[in-house]
Design a protein around this ligand. Structure first.
Ligand code: NIG
Ligand code: FE
Length: 423
């Protein structure tokens, strides 16, 4: 393996899709401007990008650098996946089949399935179990081109298990090349033991689960829906979270329009996620505040739901749109950002250029990391992916297979010919 502190130049790249441009999230027409360099090259030193430009210029400028042949690949920034439920335990294939056979969400939950069945399995899992179960997921993410991801707790719903999930995220971040940013989602549901007294669980959240877990999580998230936490309850819980020092994310307007997007703007949330039932006022609000809309088209696809996020309307209104997998065992079990890009094109009518922006620079902003990754620009981490494709536009047209050749993380090749390089 190469020593990343020693510089090298990767050349013979058919296209380098840099996404260079504004330091702000991209909106409207900017989402289609990818700043592509034909016949490009990248100079890497100390894990960072030292220079990006045309091969002819950079080979002349750095004649003594070690050369790495890009073999005619198309190079993109590593994907940032800004919404995953990574550290879960157990599987839900019974739910999947029951849903196809016509059972409702409530019936499945009553029969012992749903979020709470994952909660029961996760509560029984040790830290080691959680880490061992999540590692192959991270390997699959990396092999599919994801180099940074957000990861949520939310299947513990008690102090001990939420902490264990966040500790698993911390350990995985330390041992695995994919960089992780942690989110406390203790407000994912109301646990069984508080079913009759939601108010008591809200007090526990505000006074214990949020403050005691702050050192393990940068973000606090909530499932804001009338049957889980109403907009009013969400405002109360998230306001406390802000006082405890968290940045905010919201599962907003997924199933019903409850003012989740408006609440996200009001609270200065970093992102509002899902948005299948966002209101007109919510779209207007997001277009004029800094909150990023993280769309999860894999979930509506997987659940066969009609309420797909109105991506076209949002982009045309000037909302900064990002895309994520929503990786979780129940509503969208995939690690693949490329699959999400295809679904976003097919179901949300986003263009290939827009989905690439949404999965890179805008996704980086959705986890507060737009200044260090998400585009290939001098000074950012050398996180990039070489794709075995003829043109960047081709990427979302070919799905269900892996077209990743090599992945570089902080200047180190961690995937070669589609396979993890053992560390
Ligand atoms: O983001 N919407 C709420 N939570 C998850 C589903 C989790 C599950 O079913 O286990 C989501 O889709
Ligand atoms: Fe989610």
């Amino acid at each position: 393996m190469s020593d990343p502190s020693v510089g090298f130049i990767i050349h013979n790249l058919k296209q380098v899709v840099t996404l260079a441009g504004s330091s702000l999230p991209r909106r409207g027409k900017e989402m289609s401007e990818l700043a592509v360099i034909e016949d490009g090259a990248i100079v890497v030193a100390n894990g960072k990008i030292a220079e990006v430009g045309s091969e002819a210029d950079l080979l002349a400028q750095f004649p003594n650098s070690r050369r790495v042949d890009g073999q005619g690949a198309v190079c993109l920034p590593g994907f940032v996946d800004p919404h995953t439920h990574l550290p879960f335990y157990g599987t839900r294939e019974n739910d999947f089949e029951a849903r196809i056979l016509g059972k409702s969400y409530a019936e499945i939950a009553l029969a012992g399935g749903g979020i709470r069945s994952t909660m029961r399995a996760t509560r029984k899992a040790s830290l080691d179990d959680l880490v061992t179960a999540a590692k192959p997921r991270l390997d699959r993410m990396l092999c599919s081109g994801t180099t940074t991801a957000e990861a949520k707790s939310g299947y513990g719903l008690n102090l001990e298990t939420e902490r264990r999930q966040l500790l698993a995220i911390k350990e995985l971040d330390e041992v695995h090349p994919v960089d992780l940013v942690a989110t406390n989602l203790a407000a994912h549901e109301v646990p069984d033991e508080y079913r009759e007294d939601k108010e008591a669980y809200i007090r526990l959240l505000c006074d214990k689960l949020l403050p005691e877990l702050k050192e393990l999580a940068q973000f606090c998230d909530i499932f804001c829906e009338d049957h889980v936490y109403s907009a009013k309850e969400s405002r109360r819980i998230l306001s406390r979270a802000k006082e405890h020092g968290y940045q905010i994310k919201i599962h907003a307007d997924e199933i019903e329009s409850v003012g989740g997007a408006e609440l996200a703007c009001e609270l200065g949330a970093v992102s509002a996620d899902h948005l299948g039932r966002i209101s007109e006022a919510g779209i207007k609000g997001l277009a004029s505040c800094e909150t990023i809309a993280v769309l999860l088209p894999g979930t509506t696809f997987y659940l066969n739901l009609p309420n797909k996020a109105p991506a076209r309307k949002m982009i045309e209104a000037g909302v900064a749109v990002a895309l994520a997998t929503d990786l979780n065992p129940g509503s969208c079990l995939t690690e693949s950002m490329p699959a999400i890009l295809t679904i976003a094109c097919a179901d949300l009518r986003m263009t290939p250029g827009e989905v690439i922006t949404a999965a890179t620079i805008n996704a980086a902003h959705a986890v507060g990391m737009g200044d260090s990754r998400g585009s290939l620009e001098r000074g950012k981490w050398a996180d990039f992916v070489l794709w075995d494709i003829p043109h960047w536009r081709y990427l979302p047209t070919h799905f269900g297979v892996n077209l990743v050749k090599d992945v570089y993380k902080k200047g180190r090749r961690v995937v070669q010919d589609g396979r993890r390089v053992s560390s």
